[in-house]
Design a binder for this molecule. Structure first.
Ligand code: HEC
Ligand code: HEC
Length: 344
């Protein structure tokens, strides 16, 4: 007998005598194989596999950033806290100054401005200062932050020399530190939805609201305060404590895009929304037809030909009505704006 035969014989012999062990090993392999298959199909932006397949922005993390130290680190941490808990500092019972409606920046810039498709701040440091048509001026980060204090938070902005504004600035700069100048990473800002062939319907939107939003945002869109009563558990969508008519969300394309990818909160995601595109437009039309604080915006869009298609206040260069600019249908407006631009 040569050694080869001896080997074969002994392997066969070992397998036969330990058949239970062999079956267990095979079962373990099958289970592992299916687990691997499953995890590679999971649709969850926090798993490594999707981060590798999808080039959406990856925000920096305080846990892993050990280059950020000392007073600089403290400022970034303070800035993040102001974005997440704005009411604590600037709400009606705020510790620094009562200059806002009690909402938090984070209500609309989810995860303190770090969530993809959640109106994040990834492209702020990389794209400001820039010319903004709403004011007709070159705006820096301070002006843009002040705009949200004055419109979305229906209040007034902290001084540009205050520690609080500097902390917000340092935080926004830190968030965007890895983004190249001029670039907007995938997932920045608010998603743009496809247009409907009809006008968005406040009546249909009311049904969507009742079924999908009312449980948190309330019968009268008033939201719900936390137990201490100093900030919102669920922020208001209309009424005295909501954003005013000059805010970005008052344009229904912004509202619909934000809501489709993010609401109901903690249920909808960009790849797995809970509302259809139609429902998102309709609920936007409903909410933005409800009463909310006014603001003098007569100085906005000094060049009226630059007004966005869904800015609901005339006069317009394109001849369409305020109602159509508010609810759509938008395709014909956009086509007209394009031809006017070409003629210029
Ligand atoms: C009610 C919702 C809401 C709240 C609250 C809010 N914002 Fe905004 N913010 C918006 C919208 C909408 C935009 C415009 C997004 C777009 O058009 O892509 C915006 C834009 C911005 C931008 C510019 C983003 C960019 O990429 O150009 C900054 C900076 C900003 N907000 C800061 C703040 C800060 C700081 C606070 C708190 C003081 C705040 N926002 C509170 C809705 C809100
Ligand atoms: C499970 C509770 C819940 C439901 C249901 C829900 N939301 Fe929200 N919504 C929230 C919370 C919480 C926030 C603030 C998120 C944060 O601060 O991190 C929010 C924020 C918002 C905002 C931005 C802040 C503001 O108040 O303007 C809008 C707009 C919004 N929701 C619209 C909707 C719409 C429309 C629906 C229905 C399609 C809906 N939400 C369903 C909990 C909910």
């Amino acid at each position: 007998m040569n050694s080869d035969k001896l080997n074969k014989k002994s392997i066969g012999y070992t397998l036969r005598t330990n058949w239970q062990l062999v079956i267990i090993v095979i079962v373990i392999f099958i289970v592992l194989f299916f687990e691997l298959l499953k995890s590679s199909n999971i649709d969850n932006s926090s798993t490594l596999s999707t981060q590798l397949n999808d080039s959406t922005w990856v925000p920096p993390s305080l846990f892993t950033d050990n280059e950020l130290t000392g007073p600089q680190r403290d400022m970034v941490i303070y800035g993040e806290d102001i974005i997440a808990n704005t009411a604590r500092y600037f709400g009606p019972a705020g510790s620094i100054a009562p200059i806002s409606n009690g909402m938090n920046c984070q209500n609309c810039h989810l995860n303190a401005g770090k969530k993809n498709w959640g109106n994040n701040y990834s492209a702020v440091y990389s794209t400001y200062p820039k010319l903004r048509q709403r004011s007709g001026e070159i705006e820096g980060i301070y002006k843009r932050v002040s705009d949200c204090f004055e419109r979305s938070l229906n209040g007034s902005a902290p001084d540009s020399n205050s520690k609080e504004y500097k902390a917000i600035y340092e935080y926004i700069k830190w968030i965007g530190q890895d983004v190249k100048k001029g670039e907007k990473p995938k997932g920045s800002g608010i998603d743009k939805l496809t247009f409907l062939d009809r006008a968005a319907s406040p009546e249909k939107g009311k049904q969507v609201y009742t079924a999908q939003c009312l449980s948190c945002h309330g019968t009268n869109g008033e939201g719900q305060l936390t137990l201490s009563g100093t900030s919102y558990e669920y922020p208001p969508l209309w009424g005295d404590h909501s954003y005013n008519i000059g805010a970005g969300l008052f344009r229904i394309s912004s509202f619909a895009g934000y809501v489709k990818t993010n609401m109901p909160f903690n249920q909808a995601t960009h790849s797995n929304p809970k509302l259809t595109t139609e429902e998102a437009w309709d609920v936007a039309a409903f909410v933005n037809s409800q009463p909310r604080p006014k603001k003098d915006i007569s100085k906005d869009w000094p060049d009226i030909s630059q007004k966005p298609f869904d800015h609901p206040f005339g006069p317009y260069a394109d001849g369409f009505s305020e109602t159509q600019h508010k609810f759509g249908p938008f395709k014909s407006i956009i086509a007209k704006i394009e031809t006017l631009k070409k003629e210029k």
